[in-house]
Design a protein around this ligand. Structure first.
Ligand code: CDP
Length: 228
């Protein structure tokens, strides 16, 4: 039987981390933890409670009253905030345009990183986010940096959003690029590609090809093989 490992997947906005990780985890019987959904859940709660998100003291105080749960279901994960299912709400452009400002705050990261490590401690897990290989699971047996050009990523995100919201391709590309800048330039756990990550560029890969590539990397890492 294969050893069950911890897999860290990081990368910029819209690189396909969650779509790919969800499928691979299901195929391999791994637990998938979408850490971005957790930052989105907190952001939704703060906006819903009309907390001024630039006020770090107010955000910190509000965190004590936000109970976040990730519930694995057949087709992915449900995100519950104080027992309310907000899985759809957290994907709106409104939440997306505020999440990086919330995710830059130390108190928010401390709370969520602790939850993420505790959820990951069962082993056989795939976590995706921005700081998984660098901060959350620095000892992960496999680290992947999934990326693509801003145009490809913006286009993919626009295809997901265009039937739900009135938004142009240019606006989506701009939000993706702005979020990348904030996530890469922040002081607390910025998005970086760690030295021991395998870089996977997905511009010219289909979802199926990327799933296959990741599955192969995991199978090899389960056997203890290193990549570089
Ligand atoms: O799916 P997408 O790439 O659009 O983003 P996401 O994974 O849902 O993450 C949303 C936002 O949460 C990111 O832009 C980051 O600001 C933040 N995030 C983070 O700071 N650290 C993580 N481990 C995951 C997400």
């Amino acid at each position: 039987m294969n050893r069950r490992i911890s897999v860290a997947i990081d990368g910029p906005a819209g690189a396909g981390k969650s779509s790919i990780s969800k499928v691979v985890a299901k195929q391999l019987g791994y637990l998938y933890i979408d850490t971005g959904a957790m930052y989105r859940g907190i952001t939704w709660a703060l906006l819903d409670q009309e907390i001024e998100i630039s006020d770090t003291a107010a955000v910190k105080a509000a965190l004590d009253h936000i109970e976040l749960q990730l519930v694995p279901v057949e087709d992915g994960l449900r995100v519950l905030v104080n027992n309310r299912d907000v899985s759809k709400e957290i994907r709106t452009q409104y939440v997306t345009s505020h999440v990086s400002q919330v995710a830059a705050q130390k108190a928010v990261r401390t709370k969520l990183v602790e939850m993420q490590r505790s959820m990951a401690s069962v082993g056989g897990v795939i976590l995706d986010g921005r700081d998984i290989g660098s901060v959350v699971l620095p000892d992960a047996e496999l680290k992947v940096y999934l990326t693509a050009s801003v145009e490809t990523r913006g286009h993919r995100r626009w295809l997901e959003l265009k039937d739900k919201e009135d938004i142009t391709l240019e606006e989506v590309c701009r939000t993706v690029a702005d979020r990348d800048t904030m996530d890469m330039e922040r002081k607390e756990s910025p998005l970086i590609c760690v030295d021991d990550a395998v870089v996977v560029e997905t511009d010219h890969l289909s979802i199926e090809e990327t799933v296959q590539k990741l599955t192969e990397l995991i199978r090899n890492a389960e056997k203890g093989e290193r990549h570089g």
